[in-house]
Design a protein around this ligand. Sequence first.
Ligand SMILES: [Zn+2]
Length: 324
Amino acid sequence: MKYDIPTAYSCKHLVNPRRSPLIPGILAVAFLLLTLVPVASIAQGISLVQNGQSDYQIVLPHEPDTQEIHAAKVLQDYLFRISGALLPLTHDNLPSTEKEILIGRTNRPETKSIDFKALKDEGLLIRTEAQKLLLAGGPKKGVLSAVYHFLEEELGCKKYTSQVSQLPSMKTIQLGSLDKVIIPVFTFRDVYYQDVYDPEFMDWHGLHSFGGKGSSPTEWGYWVHTFHNLLDPAEYGESNPEYFSFYDGHRHAGLIPSWDGSSVQPESQLCLSNPEVLEIVCENLAKAIEKKPEARYWSVSQNDNVRYCQCEHCAALDKKICSL
Ligand SMILES: [Zn+2]
């Protein structure tokens, strides 16, 4: 038996706009769906504060760490200053309620879906789920970064210097749907400018200090200009002047006053073509690392002067591989 395909179901019929009354209808439905997206997004958002009042509470883990406590207090303080609403701080051993801001590693089901390992040390997460706002992060101030990022990016707060901030005044705080994860590309971020070492400025902008300023201990073993730490003129200068720079016809293995006269500094550099120098530097670096295992960064770098070694071997190397 032979069956004819009804013309009304043929592909040709469906794709020909001139012949099909369906196309304008499909386009109209698509347009309607597109216009509904923002509406749906707003519908999933939350009203944190309305007319200076809030039904929300800030929820901490039952046994919070210091970063979580600090983050919760910062958030509470800024929300109050922005809106006049003072949100209570509570712990997650109390029953869950519909309207909560979850700080860090709470026991709430919404928090359990966070992959904390993926956030690394300082990554941050800002997310809304139903009527809850989640602020979380890695163990090294990640949760604090989440709060400051939320204040700046979602509420419009600014911190320009240690003394100059700008906060909006909002009696009503409405949030859209949020789902943000940020993991810093650089693990160490230091501006090296005195004003930034204000502890809150550093936390706000996620900064570190090589010298341990701010509220975090330094992760540096040696900062820059470290040759003299690794091979000290005071220890080797007299016995082994050949370890130090040769120029102006002789080795320079001494110490000279610093620029302000408050201390002494090496008068030159190390003789880098001397294999014993490399051996001693490596040995002393290993000893220093052993003494300070918590340090993450170790700088092996030239002393703070330009008096490099111009001995026969160093000069030959310079000529061969350097531009100077
Ligand atoms: Zn040399």
